[in-house]
Design a binder for this molecule. Structure first.
Ligand SMILES: C[S@@+](CC[C@H](N)C(=O)[O-])C[C@H]1O[C@@H](n2cnc3c(N)ncnc32)[C@H](O)[C@@H]1O
Length: 292
C-alpha cells in the first residue's frame, strides 16, 4: 500500500470505530469522497421518499422540496449553503430557473469537483460555487432573495450563527429554507431512550454535529425568531425520509460495493437492524422563515 492509501485506511478505521475520533467536518467529507449512495449523481442527502422509489430520485425530490418551499424561481438570487458536489444547483438552475445561484461549501475537494460538474453542464454563468462557510458568509448585506441549505445546517458551528448570517444577507421579504436533522424528543420508556441516545450519538459523532446544534423543533423556532425571522414554519418530514430510505437500502445493497471495505461492515450491521431502532433518535425537518 502507498503512504496515501495507508493513511486513508487508518483514517477510515479511526472514523468508523473510534467514538472519540474528533475528525473535522471537512476531513469526514474528504474521507467519504465521491462514495455517494446515488448511482447517477453525487448527492449526499438521505432523500425525500414520498413519490420516489430510487435514491437518485429521492435525493432530487429533497432538493426540489426545499426549492419549492422557498418559492425559488426567475428573478431570485439564491444562496445555497453546503452544496456538496453541486448536483442540486444544476437541478435548480434547469428546473426552477432562478437568475443566479451562489454556493458556499467548506470542503475544498467537493468545491473543485462541483465546479467541474457545473462547467460540464454549461451552467458556469448562472452558478457561482465558492469555498466559504455558512457561518461567516463572504456575501454582501441584503443581496440575496432566498437562502437554502439541504441537509447541512446540523454541521454548522453553529446553526444559530448561520441563522444570523442568513438574516444579514437576505433582502427584506427574503426567505430561508432548510432540510435539517434534529434530535427527537426523549421517549418516556427508558430502553427506548437509551436507543435514542445511541441513535443520535452515532450520527452526531460520525458527522461531527456540535452539541450546540442539539435541540428540538421548539428551540429551533425560538432561535430563528431571535435572529429576526417571522412566519416561521417547521415541520417534521421524518416519516418520508428514514424508514423508506432504510427499506430501499436493505433491498438494494449494491451501493455497498462502492464503499470502503471497513464502511461495508458498518453498512451491513446497520441494515440488519430495524429502521425504528437505527433512526429513533433522529428527527428530520423542513423549515421555512422570512425576513420581515
Ligand atoms: C450531508 S452533505 C449535503 C450536501 C448536499 N446539500 C446534498 O444534499 O447532496 C453536507 C454538506 O455541508 C457542507 N458543510 C459543512 N459545514 C459547512 C459550513 N460551515 N459551511 C458551508 N458548508 C458546510 C459539507 O462540506 C457538505 O458539502
Amino acid at each position: 500500500m502507498s503512504d496515501n492509501t495507508t493513511d486513508r485506511f487508518f483514517g477510515y478505521l479511526n472514523w468508523l470505530f473510534n467514538p472519540f475520533h474528533g475528525l473535522k467536518t471537512t476531513e469526514v467529507y474528504d474521507l467519504i469522497g465521491t462514495s455517494s449512495l446515488t448511482e447517477h449523481a453525487l448527492y449526499l442527502n438521505l432523500g425525500y421518499w414520498r413519490d420516489a422509489d430510487t435514491i437518485d430520485k429521492a435525493s432530487e425530490e429533497l432538493a426540489l422540496l426545499v426549492a419549492k418551499r422557498g418559492g425559488m424561481g426567475p428573478g431570485d438570487t439564491v444562496l445555497d449553503c453546503g452544496y456538496g458536489f453541486g448536483d442540486q444547483d444544476i437541478l435548480w438552475a434547469r428546473n426552477m430557473k432562478p437568475d443566479r445561484i451562489i454556493g458556499l461549501n467548506i470542503t475544498k475537494s467537493q468545491v473543485e469537483r462541483a465546479r467541474r460538474n457545473v462547467a460540464d453542464a454549461g451552467l458556469g454563468k448562472s452558478i457561482d460555487l465558492r469555498e466559504g462557510s455558512a457561518t461567516e458568509m463572504p456575501i454582501e448585506n441584503e443581496s440575496v432573495d432566498l437562502v437554502v441549505s439541504v441537509e447541512s445546517a446540523f454541521h454548522y458551528r453553529t446553526r444559530e450563527d448561520f441563522f444570523r448570517e442568513a438574516f444579514r444577507v437576505l433582502r427584506q421579504g427574503g426567505r430561508l429554507v432548510t432540510a435539517d436533522i434534529l434530535p427527537m424528543e426523549n421517549s418516556d420508556n427508558l430502553f427506548r431512550r437509551m436507543e435514542q441516545w445511541l441513535s443520535w450519538n452515532l450520527v452526531a459523532g460520525k458527522f461531527n454535529i456540535p452539541q450546540d446544534n442539539c435541540y428540538l423543533i421548539p428551540s429551533c423556532h425560538n432561535k430563528l425568531a431571535k435572529a429576526g425571522f417571522v412566519h416561521i414554519d417547521i415541520r417534521s418530514i421524518r416519516d418520508d425520509v428514514y424508514k423508506p430510505l432504510h427499506e430501499y437500502l436493505s433491498d438494494n445493497r449494491a451501493f455497498i460495493g462502492k464503499m470502503h471495505p471497513l464502511a461495508k461492515i458498518m453498512a451491513e450491521l446497520t441494515l440488519n437492524r430495524s429502521a425504528e431502532s437505527v433512526y429513533c433518535g433522529l428527527d428530520y425537518i423542513l423549515s421555512y422563515s422570512e425576513k420581515p
